[in-house]
Design a protein around this ligand. Structure first.
Ligand code: TYD
Length: 207
């Protein structure tokens, strides 16, 4: 695989989507061919799975079903979008990836990292990111941002305890994969976050 695979992770409200877009714009301006994409979704079939996952009416969804559906969307998106772009030598920036499953389904839903990892192994195989940025943020600030956005999905409707578990889950993933995941303070300004991400990329010689 000749391209570079970068994922941006963090709790809802951490600023992933903005950071991913800003990173794409900076890399493009530097002449680096890149693709910005997101999970769950990013391809027609995966977007259909996303709509089931995020539908606020699906309150009866079993946590294992949920984990399998995320892994299914992930697989489809990897095969249709991410892998071809990496093979073409592009830098792929993906808003959420397998660490979201570890944090949300593994930690917050309580399935455990091992179960979630075993569900995801056939989906991901050897396509782990070269670098994962964890945008970490205190719950109060995250909540203020979620509320300012207005429209809530099934996960936004979860309570404070759930969000706390999600954050802890990401920090546990960071401890599990210290070589791949780098924590960046998401409470900084938009510009500071982008600069911090670029610095990590340069330090790791992936730019
Ligand atoms: P996201 O697209 O980041 O939401 P938004 O568009 O509101 O920013 O993600 C949708 C939700 O899916 C988010 O709350 C986290 C959750 N999620 C998981 O629980 N597991 C996963 O593996 C992924 C990728 C996302």
């Amino acid at each position: 695989m000749t391209g570079t695979f970068i994922t941006i992770e963090g709790p809802d409200g951490a600023g992933k989507t903005t950071a991913a877009a800003d990173l794409r714009n900076r890399l493009t301006a530097m002449g680096v061919p890149c693709l910005l994409t997101r999970e769950p979704g990013g391809s027609a079939i995966a977007e259909q799975i996303r709509s089931i996952l995020l539908n606020p009416e699906n309150t009866a969804m079993d946590p294992v079903t949920e984990a399998i559906l995320y892994a299914a969307a992930r697989r489809q998106h990897l095969m249709e979008v991410v892998r071809p772009a990496l093979e073409a030598g592009m830098t792929v920036i993906c808003d959420r990836f397998v660490d979201s499953s570890l944090a949300y389904q593994g930690h917050a839903r309580g399935l455990g990292f091992d179960t979630v990892w075993s569900i995801n192994e056939p989906a991901v195989q050897d396509l782990l990111p070269d670098l994962t940025i964890l945008l970490d943020i205190e719950d109060e600030q995250a909540l203020a941002r979620i509320q300012a956005r207005g429209q809530l999905d099934r996960f936004d409707l979860e309570g404070r305890d759930f969000r706390k578990q999600v954050r802890e889950g990401f920090l546990a993933a960071l401890r599990r994969f210290p070589g791949r995941i780098v924590r960046i303070d998401g409470s900084q300004t938009r510009e500071q976050v982008t600069e911090a991400i670029l610095r990590v990329c340069r330090d790791r010689h992936i730019l």
